[in-house]
Design a protein around this ligand. Structure first.
Ligand code: EPZ
Length: 423
């Protein structure tokens, strides 16, 4: 039976909440465990559907996987397959990281096209460009990404046409077991790319420059097991910060790394919210009287404003004074949720990547439907702000990337419950 998140809006969020481990960091690190010749233990994983989906793929490949709470132990020594079937690959975007990891380990990979949020075309040409530069032959017939490097991979210099997060990660995975050195120029700089580099180095690899636009990978080094804790989730931290401001609340988000949140913090301050960074601890406190000015947002690769936070931010901007403009430069179809917020009384116009949001005094709760993960987060923020009851359908999207979101919000004073959709 489908489930609904039912929110009784208008309640201030107050108190302390702990952010969980980063979903997108976890999704890059879990496939990387295949590069090791010994078991790895990964801690602080978010307990979300995407993490479970990757565990299922690892088991399909022959790895021994135990997932208990936020800790996963992966023993790759039994891996005897380099094929990821459609029914597993389609469950998430990150399944395509197994192309880089399997190519590195076995010189071959057959991975069905990934799933993931319908937020644009999401081509993989930069991934393929990287694999071919390393010496692989790649085809994408019949919806399967097939890569072959019978003679093994050789290090190369690879220039990315755009700082693609996924391509940077996939090339790092493949290059780790290539013979010789690889340089990725115009690489993504996201925090979870740095986290993956740290994990590869913890296994004995040598990745330098992660977090800058040039990453150097020394390939062919012996890789051993390790125990590694994933960084806090930048996007969950931001979503909670936005929800605190949206409900005129006062929330301390423990575990959030202020250095990862600077673009959002700047915008919340510009709107008139108060944001204080933890003294002597990783935390961020957000307070607001709800008197918000409009701001303009342009999404950019890190350290610019994260595309994954523009959707929740658009809900907050729906009741800010004045007109806000959101320019979504990363994905070409990431404004669908505004149709749902218009049902709640929001006023907005969308023209391809540009959304123009005219602030209204209030939103009114009603039945809405999430179209993707961060659209779902936007509707949660809107429901928390709205007068009356909001029912959010397609909760499964939210469960892919947020761990027990309603429990966290309830602990802060939200009136939110998960109910079965009677149809
Ligand atoms: C990752 O997606 C994240 N997903 C996304 O988070 C995030 O929005 C995105 O990075 C940007 O930060 C995971 O980490 C699993 P990209 P990814 O490759 O790797 C174009 C969420 O909500 N492009 O940086 O797909 C592409 O079309 C999800 O957690 C090419 O043209 O992002 C897009 O316009 C949603 N060719 C832009 O680059 C390529 O080969 C950014 O894509 C690759 C990408």
């Amino acid at each position: 039976m489908a489930e609904i998140l039912r929110i009784y809006g208008g309640h201030r969020l107050e108190g302390t909440v702990v952010v969980n481990g980063g979903k997108n960091a976890a999704l890059a690190i879990i496939p990387a465990a295949l590069l090791s010749s010994e078991p790895c233990t990964i801690e602080n994983l978010p307990q979300v559907r995407d993490t479970e989906a990757l565990a299922d793929i690892l088991r399909e490949l022959g790895a021994k996987v135990s997932l208990k709470g936020s800790t996963m132990t992966i023993d790759p020594r039994g891996v005897n397959c380099s094929t990821v079937p459609e029914e597993l690959a389609c469950r998430l975007r990150a399944s395509y990281y197994f192309v880089g990891a399997l190519l590195a380990c076995f010189g071959r990979a057959d991975v069905s096209y990934p799933g993931g949020c319908a937020i644009g075309n999401r081509p993989i040409d930069q991934h393929i460009k990287g694999f071919e530069a390393l010496g692989a032959k790649v085809s994408t017939d019949r919806g399967v990404i097939s890569a072959r490097a019978e003679g093994g991979l050789s290090g190369a210099e690879i220039y990315l046409d755009m700082p693609s997060v996924g391509a940077t990660i996939n090339i790092m995975l493949a290059a780790t077991r290539a013979q010789g050195n690889t340089t990725i120029v115009n690489a993504g700089k996201e925090p979870h790319i740095v986290d993956l580099a740290n994990f590869i180095n913890a296994m004995g690899g040598q990745v330098k420059g992660a977090g800058t636009d040039t990453i150097r990978i020394r390939g062919g080094r012996p890789m051993h097991g390790c125990t590694y804790a994933v960084i806090p989730d930048q996007i969950e931290s931001g979503t909670l910060m936005i929800a605190a401001a949206a409900t005129h609340g006062d929330v301390l988000i423990r575990g959030a790394l202020p250095t990862h949140m600077e673009a959002l913090t700047a915008k919340l301050l510009e709107m008139g919210a108060r944001v204080d960074e933890g003294v002597g601890e990783d935390s961020i406190r957000v307070r607001s009287d709800g008197n918000h000015r409009h701001v303009n947002i342009k999404t950019l690769p890190y350290p610019g404003f994260p595309t994954d936070l523009q959707q929740p931010m658009s809900a907050l901007l729906s009741t800010a004074r004045g007109t806000s403009i959101i320019n979504e430069t990363i994905f070409e179809m990431r404004h669908k949720h505004l149709e749902e917020i218009r049902r709640m009384g929001g006023i907005s116009q969308v023209n391809e990547r540009i959304a123009i949001i005219e602030g209204v005094p209030k939103l009114t709760g009603c039945s809405v439907t999430a179209s993707d993960l961060r659209a779902g987060a936007a509707l949660v923020v809107a429901g928390l702000m709205a007068e009356g009851v909001t029912d959010i359908h397609n909760v499964q999207f939210i469960d892919r990337g947020y761990e027990h979101l309603e429990k966290k919000l309830r602990s802060l004073g939200a009136k939110i419950e998960r109910i079965t959709d009677e149809g």
